[in-house]
Design a protein around this ligand. Structure first.
Ligand SMILES: [Mg+2]
Length: 190
């Protein structure tokens, strides 16, 4: 597969932002949950694979959504370089998140990815399924996501999913998969 850089959009959590590491860090520091590792996150619905009370999971997720944390949310390695390059040549860049509101992500994308605020757009859909309609409306042909179920929804709607490999999407699937931004860059035809 070759991706047209003028027609690609990106999920944020788990693709651009290392949100699960932040989740584990908040769980460790604020809730004393020290024994969970990144590789333990083998499913997207955290309550199904982590031995954490659902109400604690919700509390950590709320903090993440609201930016209510002191530790850093780091970009996934390579994201900043590739996106800057893409933004300069083909901007504006589009990010579509299933978060209910962009909240802290607006400032984060500018600051941590070193992208010009004028050259990015972040759309928060509030649901995974709602990503499809937005992407169709914007005539986006390729979408990079880490949630396998979303990839199936996209494919059914004629949008080419690119799965960003994570421990929580290791089931069998028919999609193009990348394990890093370096690999993703190789699919982008600059
Ligand atoms: Mg995601």
């Amino acid at each position: 597969m070759m991706i047209d850089p003028a027609s690609v959009a990106f999920d944020i959590d788990g693709v651009v932002a290392d949100t699960m590491t932040l989740f584990l860090e908040i769980a460790r520091q604020e809730f004393n949950l020290n024994s969970i590792t990144y590789e333990d996150i083998t499913c997207y619905n955290l309550a199904d694979c982590l031995d954490i009370e659902p109400k604690t999971i919700d509390a950590v997720v709320s903090r993440i959504l609201d930016g209510n944390y002191k530790m850093p949310l780091n970009p996934i390695a390579g994201a900043s370089d590739v996106l800057s390059h893409l933004g300069r040549q083909y901007g504006p860049l589009m990010f579509v998140t299933a978060r209910p509101y962009a909240g802290p992500l607006d400032g984060w994308v500018n600051e941590r990815l070193h992208l010009n605020p004028a050259s990015i757009e972040i759309i928060a859909t509030g649901s995974h399924a709602a990503k499809v309609g937005i992407l169709q409306q914007r005539q986006i042909e390729y979408f990079v996501d880490d949630r396998l179920e979303t990839c199936f929804l996209l494919q059914a709607a004629g949008i080419q999913p690119v799965l960003f490999r994570q421990p929580w999407n290791r089931e069998q699937h028919p999609f193009v998969e990348v394990g890093s931004w370096h690999e993703l860059q190789k699919l982008l035809v600059f």
